[in-house]
Design a protein around this ligand. Structure first.
Ligand SMILES: Cc1cc2nc3c(=O)[nH]c(=O)nc-3n(C[C@H](O)[C@H](O)[C@H](O)COP(=O)(O)OP(=O)(O)OC[C@H]3O[C@@H](n4cnc5c(N)ncnc54)[C@H](O)[C@@H]3O)c2cc1C
Length: 390
């Protein structure tokens, strides 16, 4: 039996680690619980995390004001997190959103331009006349409009999570690198037979919040199996693309957006651009389907389609080789993360909607407030982040 704590945060991912940091830094006793990233994903039986990667897009620009607020507040704190943890989290390569001025997808373009103006997000506004000169690496379809911000770019999600977790530890949070197998009232059970009693539990288990039976009711979420395509480039090509921003864009003929990251160095020492985005993909409705999906390499056909879009957007890109990856994204019914106190002893913090990595620090802050029983109504958001439960 572990020593009882004020708060047990289940899930050592992006949101859980940030939440644990805020709780621990406010003086509470905290346990941050979850397994390490698997050393071998093919033999690992779960749980997996949606942040086990080297790159995520970060940007203040967004299709929605609350998402822009969540990320703006988080971006403002990256420097402090880097200084205090000693970890490199953020690369300010610039962030861009681009889409058609008219026709299918134009509502997307209109929305991010509107949000940029409404929140006074400093940005450059580009169109057919200016895009080729300003961003010669891209060939956008005619009729494209884009917003570029200097304060966007990429984050290393592993480093951001590690920074949150390290600072939580420095504030005396205990890290328990195990999965929780059962939750009875506020008593947590681990695979090795040990238990932990907590005054309050925060459930931050990402996609698993929808599929596991730890919660009294299932949060309504669509958990999608997503494929990622990687394009390897050499050092010379990466140097040519040194000013390439991260990009959310709608390719010609599509009505939904794709994302593209500039070259990032991976643990194998090589440099890769990463592209992803799908309108629909298989739904993962149980733990075993999530495990099987994460153990695999995604869908080869989806990857080929993504790489075709990449080659169309960047016809001069010198690709050395390609490979695919798998991940899971959790979309909530409201379109916003669920940050909800389900009972006196339980808070839910999940639902990244494919955009939760960059703003995990603010989500963790709000999660900590809710877990402490504080209201987040005056935090300046239009949504209340309430969960929809089955
Ligand atoms: C391909 C892809 C691209 C993305 N791109 C972007 C992007 O560019 N920008 C962006 O901002 N976001 C992006 N996202 C979304 C972002 O990665 C997620 O929103 C974010 O990781 C969600 O954080 P989380 O803490 O909710 O979940 P996770 O990061 O998945 O963490 C959940 C953790 O809970 C743990 N866990 C599960 N069950 C248990 C249990 N029973 N006991 C203990 N621990 C448990 C897991 O091991 C995991 O570590 C992307 C996601 C994917 C899949």
């Amino acid at each position: 039996m572990n020593k009882p704590v004020d708060f047990a945060v289940i899930g050592r991912g992006m949101m859980g680690s940030a939440c644990a940091r805020y709780l621990a830094e406010s003086g509470a006793s905290v346990a941050l619980i979850g397994p390490n990233e698997p050393a071998d994903r093919i033999t690992h039986s779960g749980p997996f995390g949606s942040h086990h990667d080297q790159g995520r897009i970060t940007r203040r620009l967004a299709h929605d004001v609350d998402w822009a607020r969540l990320s703006s507040r988080s971006i403002d704190r990256y420097a402090d997190l880097e200084t205090r943890s000693g970890l490199e989290i953020f690369t300010a390569s610039g962030g861009m959103m681009a889409g058609p001025r008219a026709g299918p997808g134009s509502d997307f373009t209109e929305s991010f331009l509107k949000v940029a103006d409404a929140l006074d997000i400093p940005h450059e506004h580009h169109n057919d006349a200016t895009l080729p000169r300003r961003f010669p690496e891209f060939t956008f379809p005619p009729g494209t409009e884009a917003a570029w911000e200097a304060s966007g770019g990429t984050i290393n999600p592993r480093a951001l999570r590690d920074a949150e977790s390290l600072l939580a530890s420095k504030a005396s949070a205990e890290i328990i690198p195990q999965a929780v197998t059962a939750l009875n009232q506020n008593k947590l059970h681990f695979a090795d037979g040990t238990t932990l009693a907590a005054g309050h539990v925060v459930m931050a288990t990402g996609a698993y919040a929808h599929t596991d039976d730890l919660l009294p009711a299932r949060p309504e979420m669509r958990v999608y199996a997503r494929t990622i395509a990687f394009a390897q480039v050499d050092e010379t090509e990466a140097a040519r693309l040194a000013k390439m921003p991260s990009l959310i864009f709608i390719p010609e003929g599509l009505a939904y957006d794709l994302y593209l990251l500039p070259p990032i160095r991976y643990p194998d020492g090589k440099l890769y651009l990463k592209i992803g985005g799908e309108d629909e993909s298989p739904l993962l409705t149980n733990r075993s389907d999530i495990t099987t999906w994460f153990q695999g390499d995604g869908n080869a056909q989806v990857s080929e389609t993504l790489l075709t879009h990449l080659r169309t957007l960047m016809p001069d890109l010198a690709i050395q080789g390609t490979h695919t990856g798998s991940c899971a994204v959790s979309f909530t019914t409201t379109g916003y993360p669920y940050i909800d106190r389900l009972s006196d002893g339980l808070t839910l913090l999940t639902g990244g909607n494919g955009a939760g990595a960059k703003c995990c620090d603010e989500l963790g802050r709000l999660g900590a407030m809710v877990a402490r029983g504080e209201s987040i109504q005056a935090e300046g958001y239009e949504t209340d982040f309430r969960a929809v439960l089955a």
